[in-house]
Design a protein around this ligand. Structure first.
Ligand code: IPE
Ligand code: IPE
Ligand code: MG
Length: 249
């Protein structure tokens, strides 16, 4: 194996395997700007963004990251022109269909979070199929946030808990942080240690509001379609230089 191939498969030698994030979340931003810079329609940027995500998933798997969560479509993204919304939802459906066999073979466990019932029926079916087909896989846990909003997620958790209290199955005093987290879409997945946002915007845009209470933020100017293994490596180097204090000294 040549040195270059080794870098592609193995964790770069200067990263500390014991201090890798267990869970990485990504706000995949900048597809539109990437396309505009090339004089191309925005949808071409979204196409390229899919390739970036596929490569990132493989890289995380190769480097021993246990969970990857990607923000694909926010509850606010419905506000985009309907042609773009339609294009994105159709793209998700097509890619999911095309990639499912590969994910099964690669032992990926795919999960979707968000208000899935508001998605087109055909996309819901693909999502259901993919989640069921990979549910027992033991490899990287890959979560795609689709029609996801952090506030909406918190509200639906409150509603579910309120129903349990109303029915007498739960006492208000029994509502703890752990119980609350178990009612979020992300129940069972550890909070992200690292959130990467591409394209320079310094905001959460309604992503993982509860879960990011103590996650580390990393913002890069790189546009999502250009985010590659080297970019992930840089984010991990930066992360490993952080001191995570969790409020202590
Ligand atoms: C992220 O890229 C993709 C989605 C939100 C679905 P954008 O489409 O937001 O790209 P910019 O921010 O306009 O460049
Ligand atoms: C966040 O990006 C949502 C996704 C990446 C899916 P946006 O492009 O929608 O966020 P804003 O509008 O810049 O906050
Ligand atoms: Mg954007």
């Amino acid at each position: 194996m040549t040195g270059k191939q080794t870098l592609l498969q193995n964790l770069p030698a200067d990263l500390d395997i014991k201090r890798l994030p267990r869970h990485i979340a990504v706000i995949m931003d900048g597809n539109g700007r990437w396309a505009k810079r090339q004089g191309l329609p925005r949808i071409i940027g979204h196409h390229r963004g899919v390739d970036t995500l596929k490569n990132l998933l493989r890289c995380c798997r190769d480097w021993g990251i246990q969970a990857l969560t990607a923000y694909a479509f926010s509850t606010e993204n419905w506000g985009r022109p309907s042609e773009e919304v339609d294009f994105l939802l159709t793209l998700f459906e097509r890619v999911l269909h095309q990639e499912l066999q590969e994910m099964i073979l690669e032992n990926v466990r795919i999960q979707f979070v968000g208000n899935l019932l508001a998605l087109p029926r055909s996309l819901q079916s693909e999502i259901q199929r993919a989640m069921e087909a990979t549910a027992l896989n033991q490899g990287i846990r890959f979560t795609v946030a689709t029609n996801y909003g952090g506030r909406q997620e918190i509200i639906q958790a409150c509603q579910a808990i309120a129903r349990e209290v109303q029915s007498g199955r739960l006492q208000p005093e029994e509502i703890t942080e752990a119980l609350f987290a178990d009612h979020l879409y992300t129940a069972g997945v550890c909070d992200p240690d690292l959130l990467i946002r591409t394209s320079g915007e310094m905001r959460l845009s309604n992503f993982l509001l509860w879960q990011m209470a103590y996650g580390e933020l990393y913002v890069t100017e790189t546009l999502w379609p250009d985010f590659d293994r080297q970019s992930l490596y840089q984010a991990l180097v930066d992360y490993q230089h952080r001191e995570r204090r969790f409020g202590r000294v």
